[in-house]
Design a protein around this ligand. Structure first.
Ligand SMILES: *[C@@H]1O[C@H](CO)[C@@H](O)[C@H](O)[C@H]1NC(C)=O
Ligand SMILES: *[C@@H]1O[C@H](CO)[C@@H](O)[C@H](O)[C@H]1NC(C)=O
Length: 426
């Protein structure tokens, strides 16, 4: 069955097929049109630095995409092609859920939570046996799994008032700050619409050593989407990231954490591991464009509590702490707390604290799982393949033991058997 599936996908185009060795459903890397322009100005392997924090980023956009921030059409040939690659017998028949005009669920539970609906029960272990568990925490006490949703933070060019306030914090502000603050790395969950509108920022995110993951095209609650809409939200975001940066992400985060086994099964087959969180700053809700009314003092209080909890020995494990690169308020908040977090915690990307070294389908990408100082001796011009390597960057083929939820065949694991599991068909 697995083999038949693989052959089918190969026959269908230039697919990369991940042949599952466990009982997990097979995954595939979406096929992008051969006419898609090749990414330029990006590194093609993990770049340990040093980084160029001086260049102003181009605001040129990608073209040929659906309307930004709108539900993308499901009728395009590209979306249909991916839709037809999915094994629909491996997608549970959970209802397409509804919210009222206030965003409240019309029905907020399933009998026995039979679809592992996170918004209802915080369920992270799928009922469907062929889906891997969600990643939502850092297993090692003292690890702070750094991650930002909603990027890349675009510049405001239309509204002068907003531009004056926000553009000091728009990218590359956060990426430059991270590079200069102990060479900090993060896992970034990108919105496809933002990538298309500011691809230069996505390139910078990749070139600066961060992980790039999918956060949908238009940021809907995904369990409210039809199967075809889910495919379209994920596909256009994967494509935007691929066209801008040359990589095909294998990680994603559902907006608001809203996921059930139907959504997970589609994302999984499209190569995407579901990444959630176990602590939430609620920073998105602070007053600023796109935000809400939460007092920054409340967010400060949460950071203090988390630091005190760890210092007083209350923590038994690490955490993935949800933050956003959304507006001036969220970025400023992150910049304010970063030095204090770094004094207290082992701040590493959310994927790194889970031992994930290969977040992309493309070969040659191996991220470190520990913090690594920037090499100072070799200049790495942006846009060329880096030949720099830091001694502690693991080489392909090394498996980290004790990593969390990353057993063979779980959909990641590329570092352990990339060549065996990923077929590149020209
Ligand atoms: C709500 O959920 C209950 C229990 O699963 C079910 O019986 C009912 O039909 C649902 N109602 C709607 C409007 O979906
Ligand atoms: C940045 O955040 C810190 C912490 O909440 C706050 O004290 C400071 O006033 C903020 N600065 C700006 C410019 O918003």
């Amino acid at each position: 069955m697995l083999i038949a599936n693989a052959l089918l996908l190969v026959a269908g185009g230039a697919a990369q097929v991940y042949a599952a060795t466990s009982t997990l459903a097979p995954q595939f890397s979406p096929v992008f049109p051969s006419s898609m322009p090749k990414a330029t100005g990006v590194v093609t392997s993990y770049n340990p630095g040093p980084y160029d924090t001086t260049t102003k980023l181009s605001t040129a956009r990608l073209s040929g995409y659906p309307e930004a921030w709108a539900s993308p059409p499901t009728s395009s040939a590209e979306v249909k092609k991916v839709y037809n690659m999915i094994d629909w017998t491996k997608v549970p028949n959970a209802p397409v859920r509804k919210q009222d005009s206030n965003g409240n669920w019309v029905n907020d539970s399933d009998e026995n939570d039979k679809y592992c609906w996170w918004s209802s029960t915080n369920c992270v272990n799928p009922r469907a046996s062929y889906l891997p568990p969600d990643i939502y925490t850092c297993p090692n006490n003292g690890d702070w799994g750094l991650n930002y949703d909603d990027g890349p933070f675009n510049r405001y060019d239309d509204d002068e008032d907003e531009a004056a306030l926000e553009n000091k914090y728009a990218e590359p502000a956060l990426y430059n700050f991270l590079a200069k603050t102990n060479n900090q790395k993060a896992s970034l969950f990108y919105i496809g619409s933002n990538v298309v509108n500011y691809p230069a920022a996505a390139k910078r995110g990749l070139n600066d050593g961060h992980h790039l993951c999918v956060h949908t095209w238009s940021h809907p609650a995904m369990t409210t989407q039809t199967n075809a809409q889910i495919v379209a939200e994920l596909y256009w975001t994967l494509k935007a990231i691929k066209e801008a940066t040359g990589v095909t992400s294998r990680c994603w985060r559902p907006p608001q954490g809203d996921v059930d086994d139907r959504v997970r099964a589609i994302a999984h087959q499209m190569g995407l591991r579901t990444i959630l969180w176990d602590l939430d700053t609620n920073d998105w809700d602070m007053p600023a464009p796109g935000g809400g009314s939460l007092s920054p003092a409340k967010v400060d209080k949460d950071f203090k509590t988390w630091i005190n909890n760890f210092k007083s020995g209350k923590d038994k494990k690490g955490h993935i702490v949800l933050e956003h690169e959304l507006n001036s308020a969220t970025v400023n908040m992150s910049m304010f707390w970063m030095p204090k977090l770094q004094e207290t915690f082992n701040v590493i990307p959310a994927l790194a604290c889970n031992g994930i070294q290969n977040p992309y389908w493309e070969e040659g990408w191996v991220y470190p799982t520990a913090n690594v100082a920037q090499p100072t001796n070799t200049a790495t011009p942006t846009g060329t393949k880096t030949t720099t390597s830091a001694t502690s960057v693991p080489t392909p083929g090394t498996c980290t033991s004790g990593s969390y939820g990353l057993g063979k065949g779980d959909g990641y694991n590329g570092a352990c058997s990339a060549s065996a599991m990923v077929l590149s068909i020209p």
